[in-house]
Design a protein around this ligand. Structure first.
Ligand code: IP8
Length: 242
């Protein structure tokens, strides 16, 4: 089983609230449509989740007890999820939604608790589950954001993924000279080279992604839209992490 994350900066215009990048989404969906195997798709928030989250002061650590903010973020992410599902369906992919807000939570020590039995059964029954960054209940803090990257790690761990792919706006992780790094084996090696994201991103930029992916026991790859088909075919593409 493979896990593919479609970054919010790939499938949306991150600077214009609630705008899908239709061309990019269609390209990603076409690559997924050409793959025949077990797959979980996760997508990020882009200009859907992040704008609402920052407008309501919600992040991964900063919670909110304001139902309006929680509903605004979740509803926006559902709208983006609908768009992703529609693009996948147009390519013949049997994609079905899994909404983390209704499935998981963070406990009092801030760990994400995410049951994945439904994802396992959906896979066995031939579906392609599609999860997304979302708000989740957070013990003692109201609700906080769960990023797509955290979901990727949880799903990959629980369901023994063979490889994980992050389709991002860039072809891999850049070093200080601006070249794509072939492989990252420890965070310290590249910390200096990693910057934050330019657009509104309440869950952190590339540095956060690398940290989370290094925690996995299976290889992860960061690549752009050109790399999706190759990743799904089992090739090493972009930057290998781990
Ligand atoms: O774009 C965050 O997911 P990410 C989603 O993967 C929200 O960091 C709701 C802001």
């Amino acid at each position: 089983m493979k896990v593919l994350k479609l970054g919010g900066s790939v499938i949306t215009d991150k600077d214009v609230p609630e705008t899908v990048d239709e061309r990019n989404l269609e390209r990603a969906a076409a690559a997924v449509g050409g793959y025949d195997g077990d797959l979980v798709v996760v997508h990020g928030g882009g200009s859907f989740g992040h704008h609402h989250a920052s407008a309501h002061g919600i992040s991964r650590t900063r919670g909110s007890e304001d139902y309006e903010g929680v509903v605004a973020v979740h509803a926006a992410m559902q709208r983006l999820n609908d768009a992703v599902l529609a693009a996948l369906h147009a390519e013949g992919v049997p994609a079905v939604p899994v909404h983390p807000f209704s499935a998981g939570f963070r406990n009092a020590v801030d760990d994400l608790v995410l049951p994945t039995g439904q994802v396992r059964v959906l896979l066995r029954e031939g579906f392609v589950p599609v999860l997304h960054g979302d708000v989740v209940a957070h013990e003692g803090r109201g609700a906080t954001i769960v990023s797509g990257d955290e979901l990727v790690v949880e799903v990959a761990d629980h369901l023994d993924a063979e490889r994980v792919g992050l389709c991002s706006a860039v072809p891999g992780v850049y070093d200080e000279a601006g070249d794509v790094v072939g492989r990252i084996e420890s965070f310290e090696d590249v910390e200096a080279a990693l910057g934050g994201s330019q657009s509104t991103d309440v869950t952190g930029g590339m540095a956060t992604k690398v940290r989370e992916l290094l925690a996995l026991s299976v290889p992860a790859f960061v690549f752009d839209l050109d790399g999706v088909a190759a990743f799904l075919a089992g090739d090493d593409v972009g930057t290998r992490i781990g």
